[in-house]
Design a protein around this ligand. Structure first.
Ligand SMILES: NC(=O)c1ccc[n+]([C@@H]2O[C@H](COP(=O)([O-])OP(=O)(O)OC[C@H]3O[C@@H](n4cnc5c(N)ncnc54)[C@H](O)[C@@H]3O)[C@@H](O)[C@H]2O)c1
Length: 265
C-alpha cells in the first residue's frame, strides 16, 4: 500500500492499536496528525514515527470535548492541507460489572469517550472530507459491536452504537466520495485487554489465556494485525468497501455466541 502524499489523522494514538496504526501508515508513506489526551504517550508515538523515517504533527486533546475535537481537526488541516484518512479510534473499557450494579458515573464516562468522542470526530471531520470530495474514515468498534458480553454493558452499548454511526455516515456520504467503515478488533494484546484480563479473573496470565481461547486462533491478536486492516480500509484497494464492520478477531465472531464470556470468568 502506498500512502505517499497522503495524510492520516489518528485518535488514541498514544499507545496500543492507535500507535501501531500510526507506524503502519508512516511505513506506507503517509504524513500523520496524531491525537490523544496522553501527552507523553503521544510524544513517544511521534518520536517512534520520526525514528522510522515518518513525519507526524500532534494535538493533545480530549475527544469528549467538542472544542478539542474541532481544534484537532483544524490543526490537522492547517498542518497538512488535506485529510485523506481518519482513524477515529480513542476508547476506554470502563468498569466491569453487571448492569444491575453498573456504576452510573462509569457508564457516563464510557459513553462520553466511545460514543460522543466518535460522533464528534465524525461531526468535525466529515465536513472537511465532503468539501474535498474524498476521504476514508475507519471507526473502531469491537467484537462487542456484534455480541452481548456480560459485565461490559456500557462498553458494549457504545461499540454497538459505533456500528450505527458507521452505517449512518456511509449512507449519508457514500455518494460524495467519502467512505466510512469500522474495524472490529477481537482480543488484541494492548493495555486495555491486559486490564480487562486482570479484572475479570484476578490473574493476568490466566485472564489472557481465557480471552485468547475465545477465538479459534487460540491466541490474542497483535495491534499491528488491526493496523494492517485499518490501512487497507483507508486505501484505494478498498474503494468499493463502504459501511462495513470488519472483524480482526482470529475467528471469534464466526464462532462465539452472546454471553460466551461468562461474567467474572
Ligand atoms: N485491545 C482490544 O482487545 C480491543 C478490542 C476491541 C476494540 N478495541 C478498541 O480499540 C481502540 C484502541 O484501544 P487499545 O486496545 O489500543 O487500548 P489503549 O488503552 O492502549 O489505547 C486507547 C487510547 O485512547 C486514548 N484515549 C482514551 N480516552 C481518550 C480521550 N477522552 N481523549 C483522547 N484520547 C483518549 C488513551 O489515552 C489511549 O492512548 C479502543 O476504541 C478500544 O475500545 C480494543
Amino acid at each position: 500500500m502506498d500512502f505517499t502524499g497522503r495524510t492520516a489523522v489518528i485518535t488514541g494514538a498514544a499507545g496500543g492499536i492507535g500507535r501501531a496504526t500510526a507506524l503502519r501508515f508512516a511505513a506506507a508513506g503517509a504524513a500523520l496528525h496524531l491525537v490523544d489526551r496522553d501527552a507523553a504517550g503521544l510524544a513517544a508515538t511521534a518520536e517512534a514515527v520520526s525514528q522510522a523515517g515518518g513525519f507526524a504533527t500532534t494535538t493533545t486533546a480530549d475527544v469528549t470535548g467538542a472544542d478539542d475535537v474541532r481544534d484537532y481537526v483544524q490543526a490537522a488541516v492547517s498542518a497538512h492541507g488535506h485529510i485523506d484518512a481518519f482513524f477515529n479510534n480513542a476508547g476506554i473499557e470502563g468498569p466491569v460489572a453487571p448492569l444491575a450494579e453498573y456504576p452510573i458515573d462509569g457508564f457516563d464516562a464510557v459513553i462520553a469517550v466511545n460514543l460522543r468522542g466518535v460522533f464528534l470526530g465524525l461531526r468535525h471531520m466529515l465536513p472537511v472530507m465532503l468539501e474535498q470530495g474524498s476521504g476514508a474514515i475507519v471507526n473502531t468498534g469491537s467484537l462487542a459491536s456484534e455480541r452481548g458480553l456480560p459485565g461490559t454493558g456500557a462498553y458494549n452499548a457504545t461499540k454497538h452504537a459505533v456500528l450505527g454511526l458507521t452505517r449512518t455516515a456511509a449512507a449519508e456520504v457514500g455518494g460524495a466520495g467519502v467512505r466510512v467503515n469500522a474495524v472490529l478488533p477481537g482480543m488484541i494484546d494492548t493495555r486495555m485487554l491486559r486490564n480487562l484480563a486482570g479484572t475479570i479473573t484476578g490473574d493476568l496470565e490466566e485472564g489472557l489465556r481465557f480471552l485468547a481461547g475465545v477465538a479459534p486462533a487460540a491466541r490474542t491478536g497483535l495491534a499491528d494485525e488491526v493496523a494492517a486492516v485499518v490501512c487497507f480500509l483507508c486505501s484505494d484497494d478498498a474503494s468499493f468497501v463502504q459501511g462495513v464492520g470488519w472483524p480482526v478477531d482470529g475467528g471469534a465472531l464466526a464462532t462465539m455466541s452472546n454471553g460466551s464470556i461468562p461474567e467474572g470468568a
